[in-house]
Design a protein around this ligand. Structure first.
Ligand SMILES: [Zn+2]
Length: 122
């Protein structure tokens, strides 16, 4: 068994357009180390209405007195900023992924990202 662990981010594009603002689901695939051959699912990438992107982490949904709440399953052990590195990794990987799967519109020759449609399409 390789002792060094590597993590790859995989995306499943949300091409249904629902829920609104969701760009893709994301998974972490591990190789090497004790998590070899496993993947952690439940991440999602969102486009904010105000611009910019956000990543949500795997969470368990539960309700208290009819109110829906969620409990993040991958949490900082101590330092609250520990999630930032992973969030950045997922956002950067998605940027690369977008350029890899970018398509070019046959009508206007502009390129657009995964799951998207060219805006010139009526
Ligand atoms: Zn077009």
């Amino acid at each position: 068994m390789k002792r060094r662990m590597t993590v790859t981010v995989k995306f499943n594009v949300n091409d249904k357009g629902s829920p609104a603002g969701k760009l893709a689901d994301a998974e972490l695939h591990f190789s090497g180390g004790p998590l070899d051959g496993l993947k952690l699912v439940g991440f999602a990438l969102w486009e904010r209405r105000t611009g910019g992107r956000n990543v949500t982490f795997p969470a368990r949904q539960y309700s208290v007195n009819g109110e829906r709440r969620s409990f993040a399953l991958l949490r900082p052990a101590a330092d609250a900023s520990s999630q930032d590195k992973l969030r950045d990794l997922i956002l950067d990987s998605y940027k690369e992924f977008e350029t890899e799967v970018e398509a070019t519109c046959a009508d206007c020759e502009r390129s657009y990202g995964p799951g998207a449609r060219c805006r010139c399409e009526s």
